[in-house]
Structure formats: structure tokens, C-alpha cells
Design a protein around this ligand. Structure first.
Ligand code: CP
Ligand code: NVA
Length: 312
């Protein structure tokens, strides 16, 4: 019996209970896996014989490898497709691509240049579609970040998260998460690089506890988690004056000193030491970046299980 495709397009599409269930599944899968050889499939082979196609319109290290390893450990396999090697690169429509791939594979992950490409793919695919980053959001990343924060600090609802720097695709997904899970999110950014006002209004309508400021010190003061991202995302064609605008938002020791004594630092990676964060912070004792990167693998499993009918 077929069921409607369960796309994983954005954190805002799930409610708090759904997100907590996905986090719990991922956590359980991580615990079960501990100490096993990385190339060995799980005993249950939850996704035995299932095939995930991954379309990349932009580069990736973590998303590509974590989804690939997740599928193998769950007993499935992947096809990695560079968009420029497909007929997509010569003008074939996304809708035709979606319909064709849906006849071959069980799910499609896409890292897309524009969010519209993702939604169009999901509209026409008859298999689940997963957002592996667009210009507007990066939900798989923020799910891994939530898993990491909960491992280090306890329930997310009790945390104050401070974002400082460019309000990027990753920051947008943090806003979605704050609206759904109710934790306090403070965002510090230059006036010229403000978040989309529609997104902010939506979050406020959801009673999200979000605070916007142009003062990084104010945002970080007493925070449990400090998060930032590159100053020049892949979707930015011209950096222009970004570096100058964003300099006051750099995460350095002086800024971290404003956070709680046991605050942690997160970054989705890749990072630019000396720009959005200093080497002292990102390579220092409060940084959890490699646990965060590892958690991409565990959360991808929860997302795949959710999309493909795992134990939720
Ligand atoms: N954080 C992240 O998505 O990394 P990649 O660009 O390497 O996939
Ligand atoms: N905001 C960054 C995230 C990279 C994982 C970008 O879009 O390039």
C-alpha cells in the first residue's frame, strides 16, 4: 500500500512532537551503533535495499559523506549526482527530473542553489525529498546541532542560543527550530544584513522567543550556546562589504567571555578562522564542532527513517 511522500524540507514543517521524536530516534541509533566498524551495516538493516539519490548543485563534504554512510549503515545505498553532469545542467526541467528519478530510487536528497528548486522537486517527486541545504535553509544541519546541544547541555527548551554574524540559511533553520521548540534564540547581525522580515513575523506569530539586536555582546550575554556561520555563504555571489560589516560579530575570546562559563560554541563548518571565529575559540575547549559534524551522520539516519518509514 503506498502512502503520501514524507518530505523533509524544513524544520518548520514538523511540530515540536515530531522534531522531538526525530531527535530521540537519532539518539537511539547513535547509542546502538557505538563501537561498531563504520563500514558495517546495522543488525536491523532498517533501509535494506533502499536507494537514495543525492543531487548536488553546490559543493559539500559533510552532507554528502554523512548521508552516504548513514544509508550504508542502515543497509541501503546511494547515487551521488552532480547537477552539472545531469541533463538538468542542459535545461531539463526539475519536474521531469523529479518524475524520472522517482521511478528509479526510493528517496532524493538535493543541495540546491535556490529553495524554489527544492520545492519544485518535492512537488513533482513521488518519493520523499530531503533538503540538503538551499539558499534559504539547512534543516539537517540544525537538527544535528539540536542533537549536539542536548547531548552537551540537556533539553533544548532550557537553553539560550545566541547567533552572531550573517543570518544565513543555517540561522533561518535555527529560527524555525526556535518557533517549534520554544527555546530562546537571540540573533545579532548588522543592520544591512537583517533576516527576512516575513520569517521574523512568522516566528513571532508562532510565539517564538526570538530577540534581534545589532549588538553581539548583548546577544551572547549569559547564553548557553554561541553559534555562527561563514560570512560568505555559497549563495552569495559578491561578498561586497560583508567582511567590514560583519567584523564586530566575530566570535572571539572576548565575546565568549560574555556567555555562561560552561557555554559551548557551534559552527556548521566549513569555517574561516580569523573571520567569523578566531582559532582560539573554534579550536578551544568550548568548541563542539567535531561532535556536531559527527552528529550529522546520526541525525541523517533519523531523517531517513522518518522519510522512509522507520520506527517513529
Ligand atoms: N555543514 C555542511 O553542510 O557541510 P558541507 O557543506 O560540507 O556539506
Ligand atoms: N551558510 C553556509 C553553510 C554551509 C554548510 C553556506 O550556505 O555556504
Amino acid at each position: 500500500m503506498s502512502r503520501p511522500s514524507k518530505h523533509f524540507l524544513d524544520i518548520k514543517d514538523l511540530d515540536g512532537e515530531g522534531l522531538r521524536g526525530l531527535l530521540a530516534t537519532s539518539r537511539a541509533m547513535k547509542t546502538k551503533r557505538a563501537g561498531r566498524p563504520r563500514g558495517e551495516a546495522d543488525g536491523e538493516r532498517l533501509l535494506d535495499g533502499r536507494l537514495l539519490a543525492m543531487i548536488f548543485e553546490k559543493p559539500s563534504t559533510r552532507t554528502r559523506v554523512s548521508f552516504d554512510v548513514a544509508m550504508r549503515q542502515l543497509g541501503g545505498s546511494t547515487l551521488i549526482l552532480a547537477a552539472e553532469d545531469m541533463q538538468l545542467g542542459r535545461g531539463e526541467t526539475i519536474s521531469d527530473t523529479a518524475k524520472v528519478l522517482s521511478r528509479y530510487v526510493d528517496a532524493i536528497m538535493i543541495r540546491a542553489n535556490s529553495h524554489r528548486n527544492l520545492t519544485e522537486l518535492a512537488e513533482h517527486a513521488t518519493v520523499p525529498v530531503i533538503n540538503g541545504l538551499t539558499d534559504l535553509s539547512h534543516p539537517c544541519q540544525v537538527m544535528a546541532d539540536l542533537l549536539t546541544v542536548e547531548e552537551k547541555k540537556g533539553p533544548i527548551e532550557a537553553q539560550t542560543v545566541a547567533w552572531t554574524g550573517d543570518v544565513s540559511n543555517v540561522a533561518n533553520s535555527w529560527i524555525h527550530a526556535a518557533a517549534r521548540l520554544g527555546f530562546e534564540l537571540r540573533l545579532a547581525f548588522p543592520e544591512e544584513l537583517a533576516p527576512d522580515p516575513k520569517l521574523v513575523s512568522w516566528a513571532r506569530e508562532c510565539n517564538a522567543r526570538i530577540h534581534l539586536t545589532h549588538d553581539a555582546q548583548e546577544a551572547v550575554s549569559g547564553a548557553d550556546c554561541v553559534v555562527t556561520d561563514t560570512w560568505v555563504s555559497m549563495s552569495v555571489d559578491e561578498p561586497g562589504s560583508r567582511h567590514n560589516l560583519l567584523k564586530p560579530y566575530q566570535v572571539n575570546e572576548a565575546l565568549m567571555a560574555r556567555a555562561k562559563g560552561d557555554a559551548i560554541f557551534l559552527h556548521c563548518l566549513p569555517a574561516h578562522r580569523g573571520e567569523e571565529v578566531t582559532a582560539e575559540v573554534i579550536d578551544g575547549p568550548r568548541s563542539v564542532i567535531f561532535d556536531e559534524a559527527e552528529n550529522r551522520l546520526h541525525i541523517q539516519k533519523g531523517i531517513l527513517a522518518w522519510c522512509l518509514g522507520g520506527p517513529m
